[in-house]
Unconditional design. Structure first.
Length: 69
């Protein structure tokens, strides 16, 4: 299912991802980022999730976590 490309985004439900895939014909996160109506389609939380996707996916190094303990 193509919506699985979009659903890992923060604050995106499966139903909303399906809407983007079927109604807006989006196939990837890059297409969503460059979509002309992106800001109208997404709420503030979704916009932040899209903006910081790569940062959210990064793992925190163990050494850094030990410093926070």
């Amino acid at each position: 299912m193509p919506s699985t490309i979009i659903t890992p985004l923060f604050a995106f439900t499966c139903a909303f991802a399906n809407k983007l895939v079927h109604q807006e014909k989006l196939k990837s996160i890059d297409e969503l980022r460059s979509h002309p109506k992106r800001d109208q389609l997404l709420n503030k939380k979704q916009q932040l999730g899209l903006k910081y996707l790569e940062e959210f996916e990064q793992k925190i190094p163990r050494d850094e976590m030990k410093q926070m303990e």
